[in-house]
Design a protein around this ligand. Structure first.
Ligand SMILES: Cc1ncc(COP(=O)(O)O)c(C=O)c1O
Length: 292
C-alpha cells in the first residue's frame, strides 16, 4: 500500500515518520509546542509548589477556562474541567433528578462506557434506557433525527447523544437533534468526546442542556495535552447545575471498548452499502427557547 504524503505540519509532532499514524481517536499525539508549555507549568509547580497550587493555579485555570469557552462559544461560568469525557457524562447522569418510570434515550451508536453509565444511573433511580436504532450507514441527517425522535415517549426526560460516534465515525446532526428533543421537552446531554476542533461548535446556541468533550481525541489539529476534557451546562434549569455534579464515577475509553452483555446492539451495515457517509450539519438554531 502506498503511504500518504505527510501533512504539512507533521514536524510539529513527535510521531515516528516511519509510521502512518491513524488512530488519533483513541490516543493521539501532542504537538511539541504544547508539550513545552506543559513542561513549563510543571517547572513552575516544582519551583514553588505551595505558591503555584494556592496562588497561581486558580488564575491559570480561570484563564484556561476562558480561552476554552471562547473556542467553544460557551459561557465560562457553565464550563468545568473534568478528568475525561466519560466522567463528564457520568457527572450529569449521576446527579440527574430521575424519578421512577422516567426514560433516557441513547442510540445504537452510543459509546459503550457511556451506554453502561446511562443504564446504571437510570436503573438506580427506577428509570429505564431506550435505544434508538440509527441506520448505518445513514442516507441523510434527517434519518438520524427521526430515529431518535421516534423513541420519545411521555416519560422521556433525557437523550444521551454522541456528537461524533466512536465505532461508526458519523458526525450526528447534533443541532437538529437537540432542537427536536428540546421542542418535545426532552433535555439533551451531548457526548462530544471527539468533536471540539473537528467540527465547529457554538455551545451557546446549541439547545442541548449539557455538553461534554475532549480537547485531545480525534483530530490532529487539536492541540491540548492528553486529559483535557471539559463539561458545559447551559445555565440554570430544572436539571443539575455543574456545581452539583460531584458524584462522578470514573470510566475510561478502555472500559468503553469492552462490550457488556447489556450494551446497545451495534448497527450493522445495510446490505449493499459500501462505506459510511459522513456529514456535518451546522445550521445555527434561531432561538434558545427555554434557556434561563
Ligand atoms: C463517543 C465517545 N465518548 C466517550 C469516549 C471516552 O472518552 P474518555 O476516554 O475521555 O472518557 C470516547 C473515546 O474515544 C468516545 O469516542
Amino acid at each position: 500500500m502506498e503511504r500518504p504524503t505527510p501533512p504539512l505540519h507533521a514536524s510539529r509532532w513527535g510521531l515516528n515518520p516511519e509510521i502512518t499514524f491513524l488512530n488519533h481517536g483513541s490516543f493521539g499525539a501532542c504537538p511539541h509546542e504544547v508539550l513545552a508549555a506543559q513542561a513549563e507549568l510543571r517547572r513552575r509547580l516544582e519551583a514553588q509548589p505551595v505558591d503555584f497550587l494556592t496562588r497561581q493555579a486558580p488564575g491559570l485555570i480561570d484563564e484556561a477556562r476562558n480561552t476554552l469557552a471562547d473556542f467553544l462559544g460557551a459561557d465560562p461560568a457553565g464550563l468545568v474541567f473534568v478528568p475525561n469525557a466519560t466522567t463528564g457524562v457520568n457527572a450529569v447522569l449521576a446527579s440527574y433528578p430521575f424519578t421512577a418510570g422516567d426514560e433516557v434515550i441513547i442510540t445504537n451508536h452510543t459509546f459503550n462506557a457511556c451506554a453502561n453509565a446511562a443504564r446504571y444511573w437510570a436503573e438506580r433511580a427506577g428509570a429505564s434506557v431506550k435505544v434508538a436504532s440509527v441506520p448505518f450507514p445513514i442516507s441523510n441527517p434527517a434519518e438520524v433525527v427521526e430515529s431518535i425522535v421516534a423513541e420519545i415517549g411521555p416519560r422521556t426526560v433525557l437523550g444521551l447523544i454522541d456528537h461524533v460516534t466512536s465505532e461508526t465515525a458519523l458526525v450526528f446532526p447534533i443541532e437538529q437533534i437537540a432542537d427536536a428533543l428540546h421542542a418535545r421537552g426532552v433535555e439533551v446531554l451531548v457526548d462530544g468526546a471527539h468533536a471540539p476542533g473537528m467540527v465547529p461548535l457554538n455551545l451557546e446556541t446549541l439547545t442541548a442542556a449539557y455538553y461534554t468533550g475532549n480537547c485531545t481525541n480525534g483530530c490532529v489539529h487539536r492541540k491540548a495535552p492528553r486529559s483535557s476534557p471539559f463539561e458545559a451546562s447551559g445555565g440554570p434549569r430544572s436539571g443539575p447545575s455543574s456545581s452539583a455534579m460531584v458524584r462522578t464515577r470514573r470510566s475510561t475509553s478502555g472500559v468503553g471498548s469492552i462490550r457488556s452483555s447489556t450494551g446497545p446492539e451495534r448497527p450493522t451495515p445495510r446490505p449493499g452499502s459500501v462505506y459510511p457517509k459522513r456529514f456535518v450539519s451546522w445550521a445555527r438554531s434561531p432561538t434558545v427557547a427555554g434557556r434561563a
